[in-house]
Write a protein that binds this ligand. Structure first.
Ligand code: FE2
Ligand code: FE2
Length: 171
């Protein structure tokens, strides 16, 4: 894989790891051994890392570039991925509301749906979208995209990004 696609792929790995942690956390919250209050930290991760750092790169850089190259891809899988991102934003807001109400069981149910949808989405991107990107663009174009990704992280605060990644990696 190229550096540009690698970067997005690595973010998918972090997001997948976070999903596993939240599943375990919510099991304990529902069984009453953990406070649902801590869920807000995870919600912040999904809102800032998955939805901002990661989805912005796809929405602002990768997807528009792919759409410019191929109308069929633009109207097909890219539109589908963009629609998913919108749905994910709503799902995060719904989970946040349930967690704020202290309803661990409801939060767990909503998170289960979110996790399943997000993992499906990540699988489509890993298996189809990223492959397409690597065949649509030249090495130079992908290199250029990589630098735009890095710039975007810097604009959004890359120290904060590394901190969020470390918090997930350290469990
Ligand atoms: Fe995506
Ligand atoms: Fe993605």
């Amino acid at each position: 894989m190229t550096k540009a696609i690698d970067l997005l792929y690595d973010e998918h790995q972090i997001i997948t790891q976070a999903i596993e942690q939240v599943r375990a956390f919510l099991d304990e919250a529902v069984n009453g051994t953990k406070s649902i209050e801590e869920m807000h930290a995870y919600i912040l991760f999904f809102r800032h890392y998955a939805d901002k750092f990661h989805h912005y790169k796809e929405e602002e850089i990768l997807f528009p570039e792919m759409a410019k190259r191929n109308e069929l891809i633009a109207e097909g899988v890219i539109q589908e991925m963009l629609d998913n991102h919108v749905e994910f934003r709503q799902m995060i807001a719904d989970m946040e509301a349930s967690a704020s109400e202290g309803d661990a069981a409801k939060t767990q149910m909503q998170f289960a749906q979110y996790a399943e949808a997000l993992l499906d989405h990540i699988a489509v991107e890993n298996d189809e979208v990223f492959q397409m990107a690597e065949s649509l663009f030249s090495d130079d174009e992908l290199e250029n995209m990589y630098f735009r990704f890095v710039d975007m992280d810097r604009e959004l605060n890359d120290a904060k990004k590394r901190e969020m990644e470390a918090s997930i990696q350290n469990g």
